[in-house]
Design a protein around this ligand. Structure first.
Ligand code: GAP
Length: 524
């Protein structure tokens, strides 16, 4: 990254408040993200990416692919792998696999969340997301309220159906209370006491039927994670390519989970995309590689613009660990401070030590040998897996919320401070007026520069409005063609964050951008 851009992207001392409602509104207004089936009133947990959203998402996907598959990092210092690029190959497996695969992986039996129903409203809640406000005095009903509810909303709810103020209540997790006590509780969306059912496990996998006839024998599942497609192809990849342990297989694609409470915009949706890499290594080296991927993955998110103080690593507690990670070195999440979790953090990526759980399970269920034989030592073993599993959709949300910068000093009132590598449009070419030679020169320049970068040509409206639009979509540079351009071929470059303007020669635009748009590799 150039010094100029580094200075420009420097974070302000005190981060301004970011309002999710404003972010969601901007995403719709400017064509980043729309509710799916918008004209029919939407469909809960599903979202469509608009013209700019798809560019932003593709940029993040491509940067991840570059970092993992095309230019993977050098191996860990102090090991025999130092100084050599690690080996990672790509994959694109089917969304629907043989249902036996999901039995082996543990998803049919265990991929579930505890949920409670309200008998009156028929609404369903994640039991582990509900808090119960119990009056300290022991007098009056107990109120169930969703975690992360804003303080003023809690006070309003207490005023409506309880007594006093939040300070008069002690707070418990619903899942910590015996079901016999649910008779005292008023559910989140009713005024009646005792309508919540006991928690029941609810499987999160979407299912469908293959072929023309329904019936359980034709039931199949939409994948709830991209990871399993990788384990199913472990042998195919080994047999068809020259990779040897340690190596990784990377995949980006859709995953589907019938989440009980989709919420917080695209943070928890029912259809989303993941970027997962399964790193196969010798069991004795799992610790080294786990540490390596912790570091690499944090570097990646920082290099594409997430501020260090909005990122943190958090180890899972023993009771949070997934079935496949119980025996190993544990799981840690890279968490990001989203506006709806602030001052706390929410999961952006999980890095798990899956041990040999998946390969041994699939060997047992498929009866196909999946053990690895080291060609040099002839040692036979099941590789252990370190899995950096990131959300592509959630990454887009982190980039949008990080970039969203309210600024009362500019007409748009806000700009998106995207790192240039993720910005949907890298520059806009703007003729000052729609007459004379301005549009002719602008179009000529646009035709040249679009061969190198994704850029916009915007001819109509007054220049202030066009700058405002580019600020709101996070375009780092605007090149404006005016009368002087006609005379001496110079044009102005307006920088998004500072609004400062320079003058450069029209012939140097591509070079100027190349200098300033160096793609972040995470290792620079
Ligand atoms: N293969 C391991 C696995 O799937 P996970 O923690 O369940 O692990 C990995 O998912 C990442 O996928 C999460 O860190 C998150 O970024 C993303 N993710 C999971 N569920 C999601 C949902 N309902 N909506 C959006 N993103 C989700």
């Amino acid at each position: 990254m150039s010094q100029a851009l580094k200075a420009e992207s420097a974070a302000p001392e005190t981060a301004p408040m970011k309002d999710m409602k404003e972010i969601v509104a901007l995403c719709k207004r400017r064509g980043f993200i729309f509710p799916a089936s918008d004209i029919y009133g939407g469909i809960n947990g599903f979202w469509d990416f608009g013209p700019l959203g798809v560019e932003l998402k593709n940029n993040l996907r491509d940067l991840w692919w570059k970092h993992m598959v095309l230019t993977p990092p050098l191996g860990p210092e102090g090991t025999e792998y130092a100084g050599q690029p690690v080996e990672i190959v790509g994959l694109d497996s089917a969304i629907i696999q043989n249902p036996k695969a999901w039995v082996a992986s543990g998803h049919v039996g265990g991929f579930s969340d505890p949920m409670v129903d309200c008998r009156e409203t028929k609404l369903r809640y994640r039991a582990d997301h509900l808090l119960v406000y119990k009056p300290k005095s022991g007098d009056g009903p107990w109120l169930a309220i969703m975690e992360n509810t804003e303080d003023d909303e809690i006070e309003k709810r207490i005023k409506k159906v309880g007594k006093g103020k939040a300070a008069d209540y002690e707070v418990h997790k619903l899942v910590d209370l015996p079901a016999a006590e649910f008779t005292h509780i008023i559910g989140p969306d009713t005024k009646t006491v005792g309508t919540l059912t006991e928690p029941k496990q609810f499987n999160l996998m979407f299912h469908t039927f293959i072929g023309a006839t329904g019936g359980d024998e034709n039931k199949a599942y939409l994948r709830p994670e991209t990871a399993q497609g990788i384990f199913l192809n472990f042998k195919n990849v080994l047999d068809s390519s020259r990779v040897r342990v340690p190596f990784g297989i990377a995949q980006v694609g859709k995953a589907f989970r019938n989440e009980v409470n989709p919420r917080n915009f695209i943070f928890r949706s029912r259809e989303f995309e993941q970027m997962e890499m399964e790193w196969f290594c010798h069991p004795n080296e799992a610790k080294i590689w786990r540490e390596f991927w912790f570091q690499e993955r944090q570097k990646f998110w920082r290099a594409i613009g997430l501020r260090s103080d909005n990122l943190r690593m958090r180890d899972h507690d023993q009771d949070e660990l997934s079935h496949y990670a119980k025996e190993g070195l544990g799981t840690a999440d890279i968490e990001y401070r989203f506006p709806f979790t602030a001052p706390d953090f929410g999961e952006l990526e999980g890095i798990a030590h899956r041990c040999d759980f998946d390969l041994t399970q699939h060997q047992e269920h498929s009866k196909v040998k999946l053990e690895y034989m080291d060609p040099v030592t002839q040692e036979k073993f099941f590789p252990h897996v370190i899995e950096p599993a990131a959300g592509l959709t959630r990454g887009v949300l982190a980039l949008l919320t990080e970039g969203f910068t309210p600024d009362p000093n500019r007409p748009s009132g806000v700009y998106l401070d995207f790192h240039p590598s993720v910005a949907p449009k890298k520059a806009a070419i703007l003729p000052l007026t729609a007459k004379d030679e301005h549009p002719v020169l602008a179009t000529k320049l646009y035709m040249e520069v679009r061969e190198h970068f994704n850029i916009d040509l915007d001819i109509k409206q007054n220049i202030g409005k066009r700058y405002a639009r580019q600020d709101e979509i996070g375009t780092p540079f605007c090149f404006t063609i005016d009368d002087q351009t006609v005379q001496d071929k110079t044009l102005t470059v307006r920088h998004r964050n500072t609004m400062k303007q320079d003058r450069i020669n029209m012939d140097n635009v591509v070079e100027y951008m190349q200098k300033n748009m160096l793609l972040a590799t995470g290792r620079g």
